[in-house]
Ligand binder design. Structure first.
Ligand code: ADP
Length: 629
């Protein structure tokens, strides 16, 4: 890996940036140049040896820039030059580049030049007189053995790096104490071969404990193939592959990535750039540390301070995902190892979120439990109140039936006496000499019709007396229920000298409810109206039951010609236990309201200006009138 001034084989040293060791002080601690006091921001020129794609140099350069900008609060002029010497190593290009930069920086001569990588160091050593004659040169990012072979001027300050494969190997041994085989991978470029030679010497003692194989002089395909078939108890150390045996050029981390992807044992390497490319890790200097170290050197140089050797701390750096991939134990890592891509445990990584989520879940569970309990209570309460309503309705029905019983008996009397009279007449006819059979047949038809009437009356009463434990939902015509109620009360009305009038539309009034309940409401209102008129003793006693559609609701109005409701009672006439009757319960209207509201309707009471009261019941229409047609 000897590299003389102006030598062309330069493409590989940048990877060494990540393994930093300070050079012997003899190399760069000698002469210090004290800069003149500056009345302008200091100028620092950073030389990158390659183009902007080589992460090792650009990452170190970025870390350096960050350090300088942060330390000077941005009061610094930073210049960057990407020398691209791996692709243009020719001497002619280097000379032209020197001349170009000499002219470019003629108006702004740098105070400090940072040469990243040995190629940049060689370049600036050769061209410093024309580019930056008074500048301090800080060389960084290559090994001391390399620097020994570059003819650097004495006043060049250095932060040299060296490659220490032994430390990486020892880390691998710690992680794989049972390993029996050792493989070392190196490419075919001059630089790769230099690394292999260094590794051979550095690992001489170490490799005695293993069956050791150097994988060299191979094509990339052969590297991949061999690494894929090493025994499982192997340690693979990857140096650099800038070039393979077939002469193909690689960015080392990309070549190593291909090899590590299918390797049958863990691969280690001493560069930060290898992390995230399938390598477990190794001993190195991070770009941040390198940038920090070089930055401090530059700052001291700008300040005119005595610049001494700086120790950039070396670090073990490991990819936690690769530890998992190979089942290697974290506890076997050297103390202070930087573990990248470590997945924190759920609690460790997200304790706040976990606590929050747990709290939210707990709170939700509480709310849900409370809601369920509340719902259960509500359902129980609803079911209890429905049962109460049904019981109250039944009691009320029985009372109505009781109140109407005499009129019903009276009503039944008519068909029954007609049947008796007709039967007697038929009997007389049959005993005559020549019975008129046609007449007898007519009499029998009349008997049948009267029997039907009596049956209907009893049927209606039975409906009133039937006890319900559940609401019997059904759709029916409000007109029919009203007519039915009229049939029940008309005898009673007649008995009391009340004229019964009905007004009904030609269309149906479909509602959804329990038919018997709604009939109960009509009967309650009608009997109350009849009572009111009887009590008032008025001459003109008219009870009108009118049905129709008002504001898209089916409506029933029960209108009487009594004395009306006392004004002070009007607002709370539906409250229970108000009665003006001797045998009254004061429950009829409150039950009527409970029934109507159960089916989504409303009930209201008014006094007519001309005397008497109006009770209005409105129920939702089950279908629109258009649908009903
Ligand atoms: P009850 O019929 O057992 O008294 P209700 O709740 O049916 O119970 O009626 C309560 C009271 O409301 C009646 O006692 C009566 O004073 C009054 N009332 C009900 N309907 C009318 C009406 N059409 N005209 C005048 N007062 C009425």
């Amino acid at each position: 890996m000897a590299l003389g001034k102006g030598e062309g084989r330069v493409q590989c040293a940048g990877v060494l940036l990540a393994a930093l060791l300070l050079a012997p002080s003899a190399l760069f601690g000698a002469t210090q140049v004290t800069p003149p006091r500056l009345d302008r921001p200091p100028r620092v020129l950073i030389l990158y040896p390659y183009d902007e794609r080589i992460a090792a140099t650009t990452s170190a350069g970025e870390a350096l820039r960050r350090r300088l900008l942060e330390a000077t609060g941005g009061k610094i002029d930073l210049f960057s030059e990407f020398l691209d010497l791996s692709r243009f190593p020719e001497a002619g290009h280097v000379t032209r580049l020197g001349r170009y930069m000499a002219e470019k920086y003629a108006v702004r001569r740098p105070d400090v030049v940072v040469a990243l990588g040995k190629e940049s160091a060689s370049f600036i050593s050769t061209n410093r007189e024309i580019i930056a004659p008074d500048a301090k040169i800080v060389a960084a990012g290559f090994g001391n053995s390399t620097s020994e072979n570059i003819d650097l001027p004495d006043d060049v300050i250095g932060a040299f790096t060296t490659f220490d494969i032994l430390k990486t190997a020892e880390m691998a041994r710690g992680l794989q104490p049972g390993a029996r085989h050792l493989y070392i991978i190196g490419g075919s470029s001059e630089f790769d071969r230099g690394w292999l030679a260094t590794a051979r010497s550095d690992l001489y003692e170490f490799s005695k404990s293993y069956e050791t194989t150097y994988l060299e002089n191979l094509t990339i395909e052969q590297f991949i193939e061999k690494a894929a078939h090493v025994p499982a108890d192997s340690i693979i150390l990857a140096l650099t592959v800038f070039k393979d045996q077939a002469g193909r050029n690689f960015i080392p981390r990309e070549a190593i990535e291909k090899i590590a992807a299918t390797a049958s044992a863990p691969v280690y390497g001493p560069y930060q750039t290898y992390i995230d490319h399938g390598v477990v890790g190794g001993n190195t200097v991070t770009f941040d540390t390198l940038g920090e170290t070089v930055g401090n050197l530059v700052l001291d140089a700008i300040a005119g301070k005595q610049v001494n050797d700086l120790q950039a701390p070396q670090t073990y750096i490991v990819d936690a995902r690769q530890l998992r991939r190979w089942g290697l134990a974290e506890k076997n890592l050297p103390a202070g190892t930087i573990l990248l891509y470590r997945e924190k445990g759920l609690w460790e990584g997200h304790w706040l979120a976990v606590t929050g989520a747990f709290g939210v879940v707990l709170m939700q569970a509480g709310i849900i439990a409370a809601l369920l309990l509340e719902r259960r209570r509500r359902l129980e309460a609803e079911s209890r109140s429905r049962l109460h309503l049904l019981e109250a309705v039944h009691l009320n029905q029985s009372a109505t039936a009781g109140a109407l019983s005499s009129s019903v008996a009276h009503e039944l009397n008519q068909p029954l006496s007609a049947i008796r009279n007709n039967a007697e007449a038929a009997s007389v006819l049959l005993h005559s000499d020549s019975p008129d059979l046609k007449l007898i047949q007519q009499i029998l038809l009349d008997i049948q019709a009267d029997d039907q009437r009596a049956g209907d009356i009893i049927g209606r009463m039975r409906g009133l007396l039937k006890k319900r434990s559940e609401i019997d939902w059904q759709e029916f015509d409000l007109n029919d229920v009203t007519s039915n109620a009229v049939s029940i009360i008309h005898g009673e009305a007649e008995r009391r000298g009340i004229t019964l009038k009905t007004k009904r539309p030609t269309t149906e009034l479909p509602v959804r409810a329990d038919k018997v309940h709604v009939q109960q409401v009509v009967l309650n209102l009608a009997t109350n109206a009849m009572d009111a008129m009887t009590e008032a003793g008025s001459d003109s006693r008219i009870l009108t039951l009118a049905t129709g559609v008002v504001k898209e609701k089916a409506e029933l109005c029960v209108v009487d010609t009594g004395n009306g409701i006392p004004q002070e009672r009007l607002a709370n006439i539906f409250e229970p236990f108000y009665t003006t009757k001797q045998a009254g319960t004061g429950l009829g209207l409150s039950i009527a309201r409970a029934i109507v509201e159960t089916y989504g309707g409303t009930i209201s009471a008014y006094n007519r200006p001309e005397g008497g009261a109006i009770f209005r019941v409105a129920l939702p229409l089950a279908r629109t009138q258009e649908e009903g047609r």
